[in-house]
Design a protein around this ligand. Sequence first.
Ligand SMILES: Nc1ncnc2c1ncn2[C@@H]1O[C@H](COP(=O)(O)OP(=O)(O)OP(=O)(O)O)[C@@H](O)[C@H]1O
Ligand SMILES: [Mg+2]
Length: 454
Amino acid sequence: MSLRNRLLASIFATLLLSLIAGGAFTYWHAVAKIETEMNAAIAVGSRIARNAVDDWEETTDPARRLALLVADFEGDRHLRATLVGPNGNELRSSEVARADTPAPAWLIALLAAPPKKVAVDLPEIFDSFGTFVLQTDPRNEVAEVWSDVWLTLSVLTIFCALVLAFIYWTLATTVRPLQSLTAAFARVGDGDYRERLNEQGPLELVRLSQSFNQMVERLARSEAQNKRLQQQLTNVQDEERSDLARDLHDEIGPLLFAADVDTVAIDQLVKAGEYEAIPHRVGIIRDAIGRMQRHVRDILGRLRSATLLDVGLAHAIDNLVAFWRSHRPKLVFSVDIPEESFGEVIDGTVYRVVQESISNAVRHGSPTTIGITVVSNPDGSIDIRVTDDGCGLKTGGVRGMGIVGMRERVATLGGTLEVENRNDGRGVAVVAHLPPRGTHTAAPSFETREAMLQ
Ligand SMILES: Nc1ncnc2c1ncn2[C@@H]1O[C@H](COP(=O)(O)OP(=O)(O)OP(=O)(O)O)[C@@H](O)[C@H]1O
Ligand SMILES: [Mg+2]
């Protein structure tokens, strides 16, 4: 059941219960009132009758006096007077007044007790002419209750209808934003993060809409960030693959070709019987094989660095440095990394920061030395520092994905990263700080992360 129908149903049920309780109360009240009225009517009627004949000594015609007494009650609202003859026959009787709006018979049966009959005790002089009897007739009293109930019922019905209509209208206007919220959630669930709610209406709905909008904004940013990281990962993988392909082609290919040429040459030397030249050729082949082994080891080292946790952080960075040394023999590296492992996630982040920093230094700075330091502080925090003595950052330089990616990785662990020219004006310093391990799980808010990405 919808919220609106549920509320309306409970309000309707409450009103109905109130009506039933009110009806029961009205019933008991009406029964008691009619009973009291009838008793009072009998008492008053008897007194009136007796008072009317208290001058009986002066009566010359008692029969006529009795007839007049009955006539006195003509048109009474609650009493019917009857003159009953000595042998029980009705000699004459008065008529009770008729109500303007008579009550239905079922209501009279429901509310009124059976009519009461009282023979009024009159002076003896009248006894031989008949008995004066008063009988209650509750119809007028019930008719009064009936018209009161009608009035009350009409007022209550109008009141209930107005209350229900007002509540229906209020709910309709209040529930409408909830319907748009449901629709908005469905669209966000389908991945449409452009969805925003109108921050208008009752205070609670404004707060709800604000929270919804903030949530969608965060989701949108998170989605964009994931895409960026995914893109960066793909770029790195592509770069690594093409590096490997190039190395295999440029380094291993010529050596294999040279070895092949030398084996052909040995074959020819054997056929020509020039055995003394063979050891020289064999030496060249072994030299080529040795170089190939070194290259293959380099490549394996780089491939293994992708799963650096198997070999440890320090070893993985050593492999990385070895790779760059083999490619840039003139480049001097100074490495200071503790042997300890900081755990899978932190080791991975440290490695990626060092990897990108070296890569940037070599690609953009043409340095002669690169310094790599990782310090594990007593409070559990970690400082990473990669410096080079290259040309430094150019103003208005291209903004690639490398630095952004490093920042995001570090920020995910709650840390900070700075990339700036060194104070002594020689090259670039990449400085990252990772907070103590216990706080690593707490990623910074999106706002902080966005600010750091600026
Ligand atoms: N050590 C450095 N020396 C000189 N310039 C640098 C150095 N590190 C970064 N830069 C400059 O900062 C820019 C941004 O670096 P970033 O790593 O974000 O992107 P990129 O290296 O150009 O591309 P990508 O890393 O996405 O392949 C570089 O293009 C370069 O101009
Ligand atoms: Mg880069």
